[in-house]
Design a protein around this ligand. Structure first.
Ligand SMILES: *[C@@H]1O[C@H](CO)[C@@H](O)[C@H](O)[C@H]1NC(C)=O
Ligand SMILES: *[C@@H]1O[C@H](CO)[C@@H](O)[C@H](O)[C@H]1NC(C)=O
Ligand SMILES: *[C@@H]1O[C@H](CO)[C@@H](O)[C@H](O)[C@H]1NC(C)=O
Ligand SMILES: *[C@@H]1O[C@H](CO)[C@@H](O)[C@H](O)[C@H]1NC(C)=O
Ligand SMILES: *[C@@H]1O[C@H](CO)[C@@H](O)[C@H](O)[C@H]1NC(C)=O
Ligand SMILES: *[C@@H]1O[C@H](CO)[C@@H](O)[C@H](O)[C@H]1NC(C)=O
Ligand SMILES: *[C@@H]1O[C@H](CO)[C@@H](O)[C@H](O)[C@H]1NC(C)=O
Ligand SMILES: *[C@@H]1O[C@H](CO)[C@@H](O)[C@H](O)[C@H]1NC(C)=O
Ligand SMILES: CC(=O)N[C@H]1CO[C@H](CO)[C@@H](O)[C@@H]1O
Length: 871
């Protein structure tokens, strides 16, 4: 079963449980979704734009490598085998140490003296490209300073198909254009700092439940395969793949394939998604790395496009690998063609050189598995005690950037005039979420609890706080400065004490509430990664309603990993302001104080819709297996209609729409202008690739691949490229060893001839056909600050593509513009061919439909004050 490559094989072997429910039986009656094979795996293009120098350097290096050294670079050394969350083998002969892969998208997981940045989702809410870039760059610098080579972020999968999705906060927004821009800016920032970015998780990794069968079994679900995300080709292109195209165009060096299956073929061996979509159509030149234990086959994953396996062992700490020894054997016996292993290593080393890294790497100066200064270099097996932590402080002055992003990512959802605060007479701050975790900000491993203020959500996407400024601490400091009387009740349940305070004359009440989520391996209060509901935690609704019942000036601040239901109280007359402060990172309290007091005039915009009920979103996590013991089937039948596209489809009412956010000043929109450019007609790409190149040569004598005998220091459980025996079947430890390539590889998997280019791909341009990015229109509008204080506005441009199957409008551009009172600024967006196209599955290309198109500019997805035809 594990060797099944083509999904049909998997289908054929899917056990039908006797206890299937009626619904399950129905599912079995129809055919499960399948994924078409696409082979051979594309090899690098020496002329790919932006990669030419890197290619030349990689070629010079890879040409010197032996097969064993090549295999070393593709295979992790095993879980907790080295200092980072992932390490590959080294090339001592040429002076290259083990490359270090490290979480996370908000900082350095398991690091000390590191910063904790606002979440991706909070950063998206700034709608500020410059801040997205600077955040990426600052995180890149911190990783660089610790000796990390690959930063495992940013995230575009999940994109946020369902608001309950546990890891949505790690990504940016359910809108693909906002996510695509944020992903690209973060990648550029990280890679400018000299570290490879790894965009993840590719692709359709939209929920935590059932992402790995083992994890699901741990929760008591009897399934043997991971969830399958079943997506049609049009939805794939117009929604889920879109941001990754921006990432590839930005030059991302690595992409992580995901745990889930796509159309019943695993993310790390799906030749359609990896070979066809990513490497061929998008022209991705970097390397594909597996998520941790997401690899399920050896040769099959190699020919399907996987380039690096993480953390290298078949499952944690087996000491065995699908690659390592097995990859050496597979190349020697011809199951994996020589050009494929060469291409894997070319991709890894090209990404390495492209980001300015050199062979004389500084040492890794931290350890993921202990904060002790001295400890085992190989933690899993407690071997080689030495200094492993140098406690290098890499924070620089990133705290001020973190504060700025968190403040500018805070969304003022409602304000009837109580904000900004100006030396209030008496401030009462209420709620668990205003205070500290009494056990410390890092008390819960990987932030796997919801105690105290929500500065960071849980899972591998977290990092250790160097400090955490709570709202209580920062607001109290401000109060003391202002001569404001200040009291706080840092609990949701001290209602008598709370009432006694907020009913006093002159009291302004600020209620802090939250809702948390995270990665599937941690269960917090019955939330197995994904949220089990969309309500506030710790009876937050009851607290808000109580306080608002007692106090006429109640301000609510929400920290959360996505939308929560505010339906019961958002229009309460005593609730004078509501703010969403996302997941802000270490400067939480300072950032919210800046906004509440008007030191930062709010300009954050909601990167998702606030629906009235859970059901109103039209999508939800699949919480119960629906395919017997086989892979649960998640049909993405809503197509591109997620979030605001869904609500707009039926003109359904929402509480706060996508793109909504208020300011302390006012803006007026006027004077939309559309200028058409002459881009010429679209020309499909034609021609072929070069034939598959190989670099260097290798011996076919198995004796040359045995473990080095002379004084070789063998580390227990370590994954090596070597053989234990010149009998390949013995060396592989695989009872089925000897199956020929023809027996288990699909047609063309070994083909090294020049391959036809796809019409939608670039000749030499990563990201797709160059002409998809031709500018067809430039749209401008004037934005005037009609209030009396300086502020930033986030004008948004939406397009109606006009067809019966198209969303009412789709976001295509935005900016965050600071405008002085009384002054006018110009908002300008260029619209590309891709922006105005639909994916046509029949011709396999982007096409501009015949339907009339319109452009809208406004302050949110539902406040579209200006419009014009795109003629
Ligand atoms: C999944 O199946 C749908 C329906 O046949 C197809 O349109 C789509 O391209 C497939 N996607 C993948 C990745 O196999
Ligand atoms: C492979 O990597 C291991 C671990 O870093 C190292 O000990 C070994 O020498 C490397 N093998 C080769 C052939 O370079
Ligand atoms: C080789 O791969 C097979 C699975 O394909 C696995 O059972 C075996 O343990 C691996 N061998 C080694 C030496 O890691
Ligand atoms: C080649 O090696 C791979 C990896 O160990 C193994 O799975 C396969 O059965 C081998 N095939 C032949 C023909 O020896
Ligand atoms: C404080 O409360 C008293 C009693 O209600 C009222 O007279 C006074 O105007 C209030 N002062 C402020 C600054 O709100
Ligand atoms: C929703 O989940 C949270 C967190 O587990 C819990 O505190 C809350 O009580 C739940 N809400 C409802 C209405 O069950
Ligand atoms: C608003 O607050 C006042 C106390 O100032 C209270 O009497 C009133 O009932 C509250 N309004 C609502 C709708 O709860
Ligand atoms: C959508 O709803 C709004 C507000 O309820 C209403 O004004 C508008 O006419 C509706 N539009 C359509 C197309 O139904
Ligand atoms: C996979 C495997 O068989 N590994 C063995 C190779 O040889 C070393 C040294 O003799 C053993 O310790 C490994 O277990």
């Amino acid at each position: 079963m594990r060797q099944a490559l083509v999904s049909l094989a998997l289908l054929a072997s899917s056990p039908v449980s006797a206890a299937v429910t009626a619904r399950d039986a129905q599912l079995h009656q129809r055919e499960l979704a399948t994924s078409d094979p696409f082979y051979p795996s594309p090899w690098m293009n020496p002329e790919a734009n932006g990669w030419e120098d890197a290619y030349a350097k990689a070629k010079a290096f890879v040409s010197q490598l032996t097969l064993l050294e090549k295999v070393n670079l593709t295979t992790g050394i095993g879980w907790q085998g080295g200092q980072c969350v992932g390490n590959v083998g080294s090339v001592p002969r040429l002076g290259l140490r083990s490359l270090c892969m490290q979480d996370s998208p908000v900082g350095i997981r398991f690091g000390d003296y590191v910063s904790v940045f606002p979440s991706g989702q909070t950063t998206a809410a700034t709608f500020d490209k410059g801040l997205m870039n600077r955040r990426g760059n600052a995180m890149g610098q911190e990783h660089k300073g610790k000796g990390v080579n690959v930063l495992l972020g940013p995230v575009a999968g999940p994109i946020g198909r369902t608001p309950e999705g546990g890891r949505n906060w790690e990504g940016f927004s359910p809108d693909p254009v906002l996510t695509g821009i944020a992903l690209a800016e973060t990648i550029k920032g990280i890679q400018d700092a000299g570290v490879i970015a790894c965009a993840k998780h590719f692709i359709a990794n939209e929920q935590e439940h059932f992402r790995q069968s083992g994890e699901a079994q741990g929760y008591g679900f009897d399934i043997s395969e991971s969830l399958s995300s079943n997506i049609d080709d049009k939805t794939m292109h117009e929604l889920y793949l879109w941001p990754f195209a921006d990432g590839v165009r930005a030059g991302v060096g690595a992409i992580m394939c995901s745990y889930n299956q796509i159309n019943n073929s695993y993310g790390c061996q799906n030749s359609k998604t990896l070979n066809n979509l990513l490497k061929n159509e998008l022209g991705f030149q970097g390397f594909v790395m597996s998520d941790w234990q997401a690899q399920h086959t050896g040769a099959a994953s190699a020919v399907a496009g996987l380039d690096m396996t993480m953390p290298g062992d078949t499952s944690f700490n087996t000491g065995l690998s699908y690659w390592g020894t097995n990859l050496t054997l597979a190349v020697l016996n011809g199951t994996v063609p020589e050009y494929r292993i060469d291409d894997m290593v070319m991709r890894i080393m090209a990404a390495f050189f492209k980001t300015g890294q050199t062979l004389d790497l500084p040492p890794i100066n931290f350890d993921s598995w202990t904060t002790d200064t001295f400890g085992p270099l190989h933690f899993a097996v407690n071997e080689d005690r030495q200094q492993i932590n140098w406690h290098v402080n890499v924070q620089d002055n990133h705290g001020s950037l973190i504060r700025e992003i968190a403040a500018k990512g805070t969304v003022l959802l409602k304000n009837t005039g109580s904000l900004p605060l100006n030396k209030p007479k008496f401030l009462v701050v209420v709620g668990d979420d205003a205070g500290p975790n009494p056990a410390g900000p890092n008390a819960c491993p990987d932030r796997g609890c919801d105690v105290g203020t929500l500065g960071m959500a849980w899972g591998s996407g977290s990092a250790n706080f160097p400090y955490l400024i709570t709202p209580d601490a920062a607001l109290q400091a401000q109060a003391i400065k202002d001569g404001t009387r200040y009291e706080s009740v840092l609990s949701n349940y001290q209602l008598d004490q709370t009432k006694a305070l907020v009913t006093q004359a002159n009291a302004t009440a600020i209620v802090f509430v939250n809702a948390d989520s995270g990665e599937g391996y941690i269960n917090v209060d019955g939330n197995e990664g994904d949220r089990k509901n969309l309500t506030l935690w710790h009876d937050g609704d009851a607290l808000i309603k109580s306080v608002a019942g007692w106090n006429p000036n109640t301000i609510v601040v929400i920290h959360s990993t996505g939308p929560v239901l505010v339906t019961d109280w958002y229009d309460h007359p005593n609730i004078t302001a509501i703010l969403w402060a996302g997941v802000p990172g270490q400067e939480s309290g300072n950032a919210i104080t800046d906004v509440l007091y008007g030191k930062v005039n709010p300009s954050g915009r909601s990167p998702f819709t606030w629906g009235p009920t859970r059901e109103s979103y039209g999508t939800d996590v699949l919480y119960t297996p629906n395919n017997g013991k086989g892979a649960p089937q998640q049909a993405f039948s809503e197509g591109v209609f997620i979030d605001y596209r869904h609500f707009d489809r039926t003109n359904a009412s929402v509480i706060y729409e996508f793109g909504h956010g208020l300011s302390y000043t006012t803006f007026q929109y006027s004077n939309i202008q559309v200028v058409k450019s002459n881009a010429g007609a679209y020309k499909p790409t034609t021609g072929t690739t070069i034939p598959a190149p190989t670099f260097g040569s290798f011996s076919k004598d198995l004796k040359d691949y045995l473990f080095p005998s002379d004084q070789f220091r063998y580390i227990t459980q370590y994954i090596y490229p070597y053989l234990n025996s010149t009998d390949p079947a013995k060396a592989s430890l695989d009872p089925h060893y000897g199956k020929t390539a023809a027996e288990f590889l699909p047609p063309h998997a070994l083909d090294s001839n020049p391959q036809p280019l796809l019409r939608s791909s670039g000749k030499n341009e990563p990201g797709g056909n160059r002409q998809l990015y031709d500018i067809l229109y430039t749209v401008t509008a004037d934005i005037t600050n009609t209030g009396s204080i300086v502020g930033a506005e986030v004008p948004q441009l939406y397009v109606s593509l006009g067809g019966p199957d198209d969303p009412k409008v789709v976001l295509r551009g935005f900016d965050r513009i600071r405008i002085d009172p009384g002054k006018t600024a110009q908002f300008r967006v260029t619209l590309t061919r891709r922006d105005l196209s639909n994916w046509d599955p029949a011709i396999q290309d982007w096409v501009i439909s015949k339907y009339p198109k319109k452009v809208y500019i406004g302050r949110s997805s539902r406040k579209l004050e200006l419009s014009a035809d795109l003629a």
